[in-house]
Design a protein around this ligand. Sequence first.
Ligand code: NCD
Length: 334
Amino acid sequence: MLNNRPRHILSSDQFDREFLDYLYQLVNLIRRYDKSKEGLLYLKSLLPHVRAMLYFTQPSTRTFMSFHSACNILGVSTSEIRDSATSSEKKGESIEDSLRTFSSYVDLIVMRSTEAGLCERIAALLDNTPRPVPIINAGSGPDEHPTQALLDIYTLRRSFHGNQIDGKRICMVGDLKRGRTVRSLSKLLANYRDVAITFASPEAFRIEQDLRDCLTRRGVAFTETEDFEGAIRDADAIYMTRIQDEWDTGRESAAVDHSGFCLHLEHMRRIKPDCVIMHPLPRRDEIDPLIDSDPRAKYWRQERNGMWVRVALIMILMGVDHQVMLPDKSVATS
Ligand code: NCD
């Protein structure tokens, strides 16, 4: 059983190895229920009394659908805001008042916004109200995307031979400056022994100093390079990302040539035969779609894993995880 049960999911900094190992086991158990109608009906019976608000004021396809589906799997009913222009924020209401309002109607708020630190602020605000509800950060500006990082860790572990992340070389590629998934995942990787990270990007998109400081403080070996081909050659996993040009102040991304940081079919002969290729998606030109059919391409699986990881996280927040940690033999088949 979990010793430190989180009240909210706000940042990768919250999670330790014990939690990551527990989540891995829990997701694997939950997935066994997906194998039968009885199993799925059991999952659906766990939280039919719970209502969740999906507050996504920044574009989202898979994270939104993934949370929506995770709620569905658990019987949680959902309401949603996908644009602040359709809420009273348009009438000048503060975001704090809007979210406090939502919290009056629901038991869980999943939120994505352009503002770094907003989830923490709202969680602290709601914790001081008579009706505190858990907050899940589904992406906060260029800062953090902890649930993506948790599903990335799950996918890495599940994809590596021996299901171990310790000792692996992970290469992260693309816009490492503004990509929140890279930030959150790097921090989670610090929980594993002897992991080495190579950050490969154009000079303009190198990681931020605070991430460098965090990795140094936590004793994680990392290097930064502009040599993409050299970086991917001996990697156990390659984590590709797109250029995050929505954060441009002018059109500065267009001035950076990132064509040397794209994975093409010819690279597949030069990387490890069991390398794990991941991408948080959406992709543009960073991965040639012809690579999709290579067994090393795990990004579509990663997407589906995300839904099960979010099912597990909602179960933990709502305190029903023990109901599958002790699986009912009549419904759980593997
Ligand atoms: C990522 C995000 O929104 O940060 N996508 C996702 O949530 N799966 C990555 C991106 O948009 O590039």
